[in-house]
Design a protein around this ligand. Structure first.
Ligand code: 13P
Ligand code: SF4
Length: 350
């Protein structure tokens, strides 16, 4: 368990982390990427952490891989690579640094370690989990295999290494339909996200997609009725949903895609008003690069993603904690499932 006070005392002994308006001014280039969403007073608080992290990254030969749901000061201030789950997994196979700091949730760090076993992969907060990863174990995968004999198991990357190792191939929200469509069998098991599976089932009607009953606590909160009402009161707003939302929500939306798919859609289309039906940081992270788009609420926060803060990233690099370890046998099985996904995605041009 994390002792916050000890961490703060030790950091204060090594770094000058007091709010610093002069440093914030010096770092105006970084601030320019987030000034629509981060107040100047908050930037004066963040700037000393951003400066300390970026200096320490060089010292440790470390890179920061950050998911699109990280807050703007992480996304624009310290990340070397940002992306969706597929892009981060691919990047983990290419990174040349000695250390990877994974800013995202635990399964993402585990995936990086599986793909780059010789590297030190650090997780700034081990408690940054995921409701989907927690919803299934390797026994659950075996139970599905017993229920649907001979059907391949396509497992979402939002799972533990044990679950990946028990599966045939992984998928992410950006390649799920194509991976399922490429399976030879008529029946395909998808775990653990029931809604992603139901959305995929609509895209590949020639397959009998069956699913585990897991769900994302962020995306399951949206309802089609909310979207309809929102549209009535806010005509002209483009509604853009992540495929972890229930299928009737996705059906009400104008577009659905992975987090990077959403960013690409908004960047290409530049709608006057957009409602991103996903995690809150998504809109904040692209607000400055798209001044012509009015991002309207509401959004939902992922409590797991929000466990990652600048303070914990600095501590992680300072103390080299916590390193991710995966049992080598489990890691090999999981690596095969993830690598198959990467290879198939590249073959399919995703
Ligand atoms: P993406 O692969 O679309 O980034 O999704 C990851 C995730 O956890 C969304 O909730
Ligand atoms: Fe998991 Fe949902 Fe959070 Fe993504 S948004 S990490 S799926 S709980």
């Amino acid at each position: 368990m994390f002792d916050l006070q000890t961490m703060r005392d030790q950091l204060a002994a090594h770094y000058d982390l007091a709010p610093n308006p002069a440093l914030a001014q010096e770092m105006s280039e970084e601030y320019a990427r987030m000034k629509r969403v981060v107040a100047p007073m908050d930037w004066a608080i963040h700037a000393p952490y951003v400066a300390a992290i970026n200096a320490l990254k060089k010292e440790r030969n470390a890179v920061i891989l950050a998911h699109n749901y990280m807050t703007p000061e992480i996304y624009h201030g310290v990340a070397d690579v940002v992306g969706d789950s597929l892009q981060l997994a691919i990047e983990a196979t290419r990174v040349e640094a000695d250390v990877i700091v994974q800013c995202g949730v635990h399964f993402m760090a585990e995936t990086s370690k599986i793909l780059s076993p010789a590297k030190i992969v650090l997780m700034p907060d081990m408690e940054a989990g995921c409701s989907l990863a927690e919803s299934i174990t390797a026994e659950g995968v075996e139970e599905m295999r017993r229920r649907y004999p001979g059907a391949p198991v396509v497992t979402y990357v939002n799972t533990t290494a044990e679950v990946k190792a028990a599966s045939d191939i992984c998928c992410t929200s950006s390649n799920a339909a194509q991976i399922v469509g490429a399976m030879e069998s008529d029946t395909v098991i998808m775990t653990p996200d029931q809604y992603l599976a139901q959305n995929v089932a609509q895209d590949v009607p020639h397959k009998n997609v069956v699913w585990w009953e897991g769900s994302c606590i962020v995306h399951e909160q949206y309802s089609a009725k909310d979207l309809r009402e929102f549209r009535e009161w806010n005509p002209g707003t483009r509604l853009i949903a992540h495929p972890e939302c229930p299928p009737d929500v996705v059906a009400e939306a104008d577009f659905s895609g992975s987090t990077s798919g959403i960013i690409k859609y908004v960047t290409d289309e530049k709608p006057e008003k957009a409602l991103l039906i996903t995690e809150c940081s998504m809109a904040s992270n692209i607000a400055d690069s798209l001044p012509e788009v009015d991002f309207v609420g509401p959004c939902n926060m992922c409590p797991y993603m929000k466990k990652i803060t600048l303070e914990k990233i600095l501590w992680s690099l300072h103390s080299m904690s916590e390193p991710i370890e995966v049992d080598p046998k489990v890691a090999e099985g999981a690596r095969q499932a993830v690598q198959k996904m990467i290879d198939l995605s590249q073959k399919l041009g995703i």
